[in-house]
Design a protein around this ligand. Structure first.
Ligand SMILES: *[C@@H]1O[C@H](CO)[C@@H](O)[C@H](O)[C@H]1NC(C)=O
Length: 479
């Protein structure tokens, strides 16, 4: 594989755009004093008008969505509440979207069903503010998202029965929680976007945020089985390989929305593997959004095995030295969805950086809540209903067939090509961190991934709720 390198395309998005006000200003200054004065007075009036209109619109939105609800209980100083950022994002969408009515309805719906989102975000932020060892300890002992307990029972049941479970069996282990206990309510996904994709509306596509070694390749082959040939980029699911003249693939933060939309042409899938998701603008694309998680430590180990042990562009065989060098991999999930400024890693420990960690987590969960599909690699065998319902895919065989990238380069003889055992089988095929790593390294890497542990539990709960709950758009969207 041509290992694409970071940064090659940075210039495309950072290109300076000419200030549209300049010519007008020059013209005004060239003309007579009178015209100059009239122009400046006009400018001041216009600024006042714009500011007032903005204020007025905000007031309307506030009245529309907050009336009568108790607010501020969970709010943190300096933090954008999820409700607020949702309103702002929807207001942004309102300006650019043709389906204004749909957006209004979704704002109304979120008022009608309060759900458990804010409560769970509160828990996640409190966990994130702790020191990493405390974060991990609380996750282990309290399992606040209920996913660890479920996972343990699922593995036991699959192993006992020697097959994946039926929906009834799943529901016995994880019944659909009541509304106030659902992290997926209110539903922040814009269903109109998923529907447009399912309906094959021209220009719409599937934006896949690919976390390395977390099930992305399965997902890509799943998409390829369900899209016509002309809709598939040549290089895996990454159309920007062609846009960059075969230099980079999976670098969608480096391309502006305008460039992405213009260049997609007939392609209907875009994988973003090497760069962060940009929550300030990527949601404005005419796309349905999907991603896949995996246990953070398993993922890290898998990347080490894939790149270094199996010699794909890395020759460091010592995992201690490798992890030291790859500080970019610390809390990589959280960084991917929060898209913080460079240098975020210096806030990952220390009580003085607690507030920063809370902010990263707040943004990351806010981003994730707008993804139409949040998968868990270990549970891919159970993803069919969501993939069919949300994306409209019909052939879901890829979800139960293990696909290994570049299988010819380093074929593994582990007899795990068919995922008949569900999550129990995935576990068997991966390196077990508890066994591969010495205790000190296990602790170090776990702590360096503490925020990702929180985010993964959040993601898994989203997946689970959408699997077992079918009402209120908590699960597969209706209509
Ligand atoms: C976390 O580390 C601190 C400092 O080393 C220690 O005092 C504390 O007991 C640890 N907490 C847990 C749960 O291990």
């Amino acid at each position: 594989m041509a290992l694409a390198r970071r940064g090659g395309q940075l210039s495309t998005s950072r290109r300076k755009r000419a200030n549209p006000h300049r010519p007008a200003l020059h013209a005004a200054f060239r003309s007579s004093t009178l015209r100059e004065t009239v122009f400046l007075v006009g400018l001041v009036v216009a600024i006042f008008f714009v500011a007032w209109t903005y204020h007025f619109i905000q007031l309307c939105l506030d009245l529309n969505t907050e009336g009568g609800e108790d607010h501020g209980d969970r709010k943190l100083p300096g933090l954008v509440s999820p409700e607020r950022s949702k309103i702002e994002s929807e207001a942004r969408q309102l300006r650019g979207s043709a389906s204004v009515d749909n957006e209004r309805q979704s704002i109304k719906r979120s008022k009608a069903t309060k759900g458990g989102f804010e409560r769970f975000v509160g828990i996640a932020l409190d966990l994130s503010g702790l020191e990493p060892n405390e974060t991990l300890h609380r996750l282990d002992t309290e399992d606040p998202f209920g996913t660890r307990n479920f996972d343990k029972k699922l593995m036991e049941e699959e192993t006992r029965l020697g097959r994946i479970l039926t929906m009834e069996e799943i529901e016995k282990l994880f019944p659909c929680p009541q509304i106030e206990e659902r992290i997926t309510l209110p539903d922040f996904r814009i269903e109109a976007k998923a529907k447009a994709f399912r309906d094959g509306v021209k220009g719409t596509f599937l934006f896949f945020q690919h976390l390395r070694k977390a099930g992305g390749t399965n997902f890509c082959s799943l998409a390829e089985k369900n899209l016509p040939k002309r809709a598939q980029p040549r290089y895996y699911c990454m159309p920007d390989m062609a846009w960059s003249g075969n230099k980079n693939a999976g670098y969608l933060h480096s391309w502006s929305n305008e460039e992405i939309t213009r260049r997609m042409k007939e392609h209907r899938i875009a994988g973003n593997e090497w760069e962060n998701f940009d929550p300030t603008r990527h949601f404005d694309l005419p796309a349905v959004f999907a991603t896949s998680f995996r246990h953070p430590l398993d993922r890290a180990l898998s990347q080490f095995r894939f790149e270094c042990v199996e010699d794909r562009g890395c020759h460091e065989k010592d995992i201690h030295r490798w992890w030291e060098k790859r500080s970019d991999l610390k809390n990589i999930y959280t960084k991917t969805f929060a898209d913080p400024a460079v240098g975020a890693k210096r806030y990952f420990r220390g009580s003085e950086n607690s507030q920063q960690r809370r902010m990263f987590m707040s943004t990351a969960i806010g981003t994730l809540s707008k993804f139409h599909i949040v998968l868990s690699m270990e549970w891919l065998a159970y993803a069919a209903p969501q993939v069919k319902g949300t994306l409209g895919f019909k052939d879901v065989s890829a979800l139960t067939t293990r696909v290994r990238p570049h299988i010819g380069q380093a074929k593994r003889e582990d007899g795990q090509d068919t995922n008949a055992l569900g999550s129990a089988s995935i576990k068997k095929a991966s390196w077990v961190p508890e066994e591969y790593l010495d205790e000190k390294q296990y602790t170090k890497m776990s702590e360096d991934l503490a925020l990702d542990e929180v985010l993964t539990d959040v993601a898994r709960r989203m997946f689970l709720e959408r699997l077992v709950c079918t009402d209120l758009g908590g699960g597969v969207p209706t209509g």
